[in-house]
Design a protein around this ligand. Structure first.
Ligand code: C2E
Ligand code: MG
Ligand code: MG
Ligand code: MG
Length: 287
């Protein structure tokens, strides 16, 4: 077959790969523009102590608020940020934003128990950020400038991201620890060699992927896995969060199994910072 240059020009109207590549390029340009215009915003989903339901922290989750007011979920654009170098700049921005918001939210936080730590915020890290030499300095200056204790800022790394980039992940974890920040394994249980790296990597905690929880209400097997992971976390003295709690039954199961913390639509979805602040104020009034 002979190559026809005019096919390239027609590509946007076709459904071929050319079309996809152009769509992606447009999305990348739109995202760069969105970042400049401040259209990427962080929402905050409460992380609660199971049993009391007391909010002890938040996970920062990005949304793209388009000029028409619609919200685009991260699943639709994080991959594009990752494939371009935009994720580096975005990631540093997210850390700074989360630290600033955490400082604000902290003013309305009152510990419930004597062993409660200061309010914390978890920020998701993409593996592509492991190689960013400016990442750690950004974490350090965000913590310092916002007057936080380093332990208030936690970084979430997915299990697969950890395992596929072990050396870089290990270096990052060690540097985070030097700063006093914690590193938590996200989507725990969805990768491989879980037990091996829990033993060998100095991570501070894990977030049990919500697929197990969905299984736990359907099968004995799922239930046993949640229980085993709960015990493991307790035995390893790790902070453990059950993700994706949608029903009171699931919250009760996790609590009974010894997991201390939970997150999910049953408690609250991710909300803008002003709503997160309102949730903390309601909680303080009820104390
Ligand atoms: P993740 O870090 O595992 O975040 C949890 C996801 O589960 C969030 O989706 C959250 O809204 C959703 N979720 C929470 N509770 C429930 C529940 O009870 N039921 C169900 N069905 N879902 C629940 P979201 O906000 O769409 O984020 C999706 C993923 O995008 C995140 O998964 C994370 O991997 C990535 N992401 C989000 N924000 C950032 C960010 O700032 N940076 C990076 N690198 N990745 C991010
Ligand atoms: Mg996460
Ligand atoms: Mg997760
Ligand atoms: Mg997940």
């Amino acid at each position: 077959e002979t190559f026809q240059p005019d096919q390239i020009v027609r590509a946007p109207e076709t459904d071929g790969d050319g079309n996809l590549a152009i769509k992606r390029l447009r999305l990348e340009q739109a995202l760069a523009e969105a970042m400049r215009k401040g259209e990427l915003v962080l929402f905050y989903q409460p992380i609660v102590r199971l049993g009391s339901g007391h909010i002890v922290g938040f996970e920062a989750l990005v949304r793209w608020r388009r000029s028409d007011g619609s919200l685009v979920p991260p699943g639709e654009f994080i991959g594009v940020l990752e494939d371009s170098n935009l994720i580096m700049e975005f990631g540093r921005w997210a850390i700074r934003r989360a630290a600033t918001d955490l400082h604000l939210l902290g003013a309305d936080y009152h510990p419930h128990r004597v062993d409660d730590e200061p309010l914390f915020c978890s920020v998701n890290l993409s593996v592509r950020q492991f190689g960013d030499p400016d990442l750690l300095p950004a974490v350090r200056s965000a913590v310092d400038d916002c007057g936080l204790q380093p332990g208030q800022l936690r970084l979430e790394i997915t299990e697969s991201g950890l395992l596929n980039n072990l050396q870089a992940a290990l270096e990052l974890i060690e540097q985070c620890h030097q700063l006093g920040c914690r590193v938590v394994v996200d989507d725990f249980g969805t990768g491989y060699s879980s037990l091996w790296y829990l033993h060998s990597l100095p991570v501070n905690g894990l977030k049990l992927d919500r697929s197990f929880l969905q299984d736990s209400t359907r099968s004995q097997r799922g239930l046993r896995i949640v229980r085993a992971v709960g015990r493991l976390a307790v035995d390893l003295d790790m902070y453990a969060v059950a993700e994706g709690i949608e029903t009171p039954e699931q919250a009760a199961i996790c609590h009974d199994l010894g997991l201390d913390f939970g997150q999910g639509f049953f408690f609250s979805k991710a909300v803008p910072v002003a709503e997160a602040q309102a949730l903390l104020r309601q909680q303080a009034e009820a104390l």
